[in-house]
Write a protein that binds this ligand. Structure first.
Ligand SMILES: N[C@@H](CCC(=O)N[C@@H](CS)C(=O)NCC(=O)O)C(=O)O
Length: 98
């Protein structure tokens, strides 16, 4: 599988998506978004925010939504914690506050 990643190279959100794709073993082709002139890729991301990934059947904008979709189409290794893990994290957070 190969997807198209629309990115600003130095963006930490784009780096997050590159790392996620690598972990999932999914190949990607980069389209570098020029800073000037802005808005050239509004047909990909109407808000002009990147990363955006074209999966062929859909384009997803926002790194967290992209990662959720990656977990859906390529479940292993899981990137978003399952319920039990999430529960434990919440307990830890509460413990840290009190
Ligand atoms: N919540 C978004 C944030 C993405 C974001 O803010 N990207 C910045 C680059 S770091 C951007 O595209 N800025 C261009 C703009 O706002 O016009 C995500 O997680 O992907």
């Amino acid at each position: 599988m190969n997807v198209t990643l629309y990115q600003f190279r130095i963006s930490p959100f784009c780096d997050k998506v590159r790392r996620a794709l690598k972990l999932k073993g999914i190949g990607w082709t980069v389209v570098e978004i020029p800073v000037v002139p802005p808005g050239k890729f509004k047909h990909v991301s109407p808000t002009n925010k990147f990363p955006a990934v074209d999966f062929g059947d859909r384009i997803i904008v926002d790194s967290t939504d992209i990662i959720a979709h990656l977990d859906a189409i390529a479940p292993e290794p899981r990137l978003i914690p399952g319920r039990a893990v999430e529960r434990r994290r919440r307990i830890w957070n509460r413990w840290e506050i009190t």
